[in-house]
Ligand binder design. Sequence first.
Ligand SMILES: NC(=O)c1ccc[n+]([C@@H]2O[C@H](COP(=O)([O-])OP(=O)(O)OC[C@H]3O[C@@H](n4cnc5c(N)ncnc54)[C@H](OP(=O)(O)O)[C@@H]3O)[C@@H](O)[C@H]2O)c1
Length: 278
Amino acid sequence: MHTAMTNRRIAVLGAGNMGRALITGLLRSGTRPEHLSVGEPSAASRERLARELAITAAADNAAAVAGASVVVLAVKPEEARAALGALAGHWGARPPLLVSVAAGLRVAALEAWCGPGVAVVRAMPNRPALVGAAATGLFAPRAVAAPQRAVAEQLLRSVGEVIWVASEDALDVVTALSGSGPAYLFLLAQLMAEAGERLGLEGTAARRLAAVTLYGAGLLATSGDGDLARLRAEVTSPGGTTEAALRVLEDAKLSDTVARALGAATARARELAAACPD
Ligand SMILES: NC(=O)c1ccc[n+]([C@@H]2O[C@H](COP(=O)([O-])OP(=O)(O)OC[C@H]3O[C@@H](n4cnc5c(N)ncnc54)[C@H](OP(=O)(O)O)[C@@H]3O)[C@@H](O)[C@H]2O)c1
């Protein structure tokens, strides 16, 4: 990793699932433990962090952020206001860059809670961050300078791939597509396994075949030029088994259904964001 990142002091607030995934990724990509501090109120989570990653977390966020040039907000959205409000006014002479992974919390609200001087970048990673294979959407308002954008990008790259989006609204679509996306693919794989079982496969075999198919298809989809339509065509010989199945999916209007599902998720992300107090 770039030295600009490895030499920075990074504080992570919240050592739950996403916080731990980020800490693991940072350590794996070269951040030294002494450059990493963690604020986490739960004694059980602090103990787990010490046991699994040999990182000592502070119960007090103010201690964790002291001297940090990057603060990662990885607490639940409903906990963010209190966590940041307690730190506002105590950032010291050089306020940090705040990188928030909290779903739905708008830049304006985060800036207001942090107080003046703190630059904010929002990230929307997904659950495969737990295995270093996240798809993350990143957004920064225009005022955030290029070096700070680069720092946020490197941080999220430690858990997977990063795609910048041009507007904050687009992050709601990222939430609908890649944020919730693993659930759609798990559902499809589950339905395939269940159908395979009904057609005569043993249950364990059907589930494993579905899961490994999901994994292998993912590897192919992310290698090469990523042309999904071509990859599908390559599996679909004229008059063959795949074509027979795809025709049934088309007849069932799968593309309309997927479009409506992502529309519903985007609308829900916007409702949740609107319900969040500034
Ligand atoms: N998990 C995902 O796949 C995913 C994907 C995209 C974005 N995110 C975002 O990531 C954030 C964390 O999600 P998660 O799944 O990791 O949740 P989580 O497992 O509940 O982790 C949140 C952690 O933050 C701790 N916490 C609570 N208040 C705090 C405070 N004031 N200061 C510091 N730490 C505090 C919690 O401690 P207690 O246990 O004591 O409450 C908990 O350990 C959320 O905002 C979510 O929107 C998650």
